[in-house]
Design a protein around this ligand. Structure first.
Ligand code: CA
Length: 367
């Protein structure tokens, strides 16, 4: 049977046939394949952080059936770690990953989307992004740089760091040479310390040789890997300076918007999936690493004295306000953050905190 006859027979006229073939056309266009590159701020093979970017790329490849392939480059493989933001902004590459406090020099407001000393934990940050106006503000802050940000998961509460000497009072920070980035570093400087910016690869040697007296890194998993327990005796908690550091993915706006809508949706959904995966990895693996540090390496865990934490909190408030005064958008973000933290914190005090305070830890950390 000739095609025209068949169409007549099933009741479709010529116009409908033309319509049908027009409808079929987008399916062909949608098969266009996209090849992207992602540059990160992480060393190759860094657990959870670099691994997470590799995982995101793999998932996007799977979910798009190969229509969007992303090749991931660790720090220094294509561009140096701290040039990834600019490379994606310029459109040299399409995607990047890091922590937004690295970009404080470009816009102070970026710092609120990663870690605020004595600010919200990972759960609070996630709630601000997805249940408040956090992500909307983040998009506003990145828009002048032609970037679209997406939350990349939380490290959970970080550890306070490794110290060669005990911290008994706030004065013990005076003259202390510490590796500590972000707003937390500014707080330590305000307390009289000297902040040293040391790349991850040099932290252990600097601490062991006494070039620095103390360092923070991430949490038990990453700290164990770096062998920091061999270079300093005291492992302090909690990580007041990074109470739930959020990681990030960012995309060149033009590249993102040039994707068909369905691929844009997949990228967004894959980022949220990865966000969950990242936190799960940190929480599960930090717990196991902490056990190992205590039982195998006999690390001495020390809590910062309450009085020290109180004084650091006061200095942190001053630092946050000083940084917020540096740009109108930083002020706006700080106000949103504070307001949200207050509401979420009020609930958290009688839910999360009250619950934790009420339980007797059954964890046999010393066995
Ligand atoms: Ca850290």
């Amino acid at each position: 049977m000739k095609r025209r006859d068949f169409l007549k027979k099933v009741g479709l006229g010529t116009a409908a046939a033309v319509g049908a073939s027009t409808l079929a056309a987008p399916a062909v266009i949608a098969q266009k394949k996209y090849q992207w590159r992602m540059v990160t701020t992480w060393p190759p093979k860094l657990p959870v952080l670099q691994d997470g970017c590799e995982r995101l790329a793999k998932r996007i490849g799977e979910l798009t059936d190969g229509r969007l392939q992303i090749q991931v480059f660790a720090a220094g493989e294509l561009v140096p770690a701290l040039e990834s933001f600019q490379a994606v902004s310029d459109g040299t590459v399409e995607a990047g990953s890091g922590a937004s406090y690295y970009w404080a020099g470009k816009e102070p407001a970026t710092q609120w989307f990663s870690a605020v000393p004595f600010g919200m934990n990972g759960q609070g940050m996630s709630t601000w992004f997805h249940g408040g106006d956090g992500l909307k503000l983040w998009e506003e802050v990145y828009a002048p740089f032609n970037l679209i940000p997406r939350p990349g998961g939380s490290t959970g509460v970080q550890m306070g760091g490794w110290f060669r000497k005990r911290i008994e009072t706030i004065d013990d920070f005076k003259g202390l040479k510490m590796r500590i980035p972000g707003l937390g570093g500014k707080v330590v400087a305000k307390a009289g310390g000297t902040v040293v910016l040391t790349p991850g690869g040099e932290i252990f040697t600097n601490l062991e040789r006494g070039v620095i007296d103390a360092t923070e890194w991430v949490g038990p998993l990453h700290d164990l890997r770096l062998g920091l327990y061999k270079a300093a005796k005291y492992y302090y908690y909690p990580g007041w300076h990074e109470p739930g550091t959020y990681l990030e993915y960012f995309f060149n706006k033009k590249a993102f918007e040039s994707l068909p809508k369905d691929l844009q949706h997949i990228v967004n959904a894959a980022c949220v999936e990865n966000e969950h995966w990242v936190l799960a990895q940190f929480e599960a693996q930090n717990g196991a690493a902490l056990q190992e540090l205590i039982t195998k390496h006999k690390v001495e865990l020390v809590k910062f004295p309450d009085e020290v934490l109180k004084k650091l909190a006061k200095l942190a408030e001053e630092v946050n306000e000083e940084e917020a005064a540096k740009s109108p958008i930083a002020k706006k973000v700080n106000e949103s953050f504070k307001k949200f933290a207050k509401v979420v914190g009020t609930w958290g005090m009688i839910s999360e905190k009250a619950y934790y305070d009420s339980i007797v830890p059954p964890y046999p950390l010393k066995d």
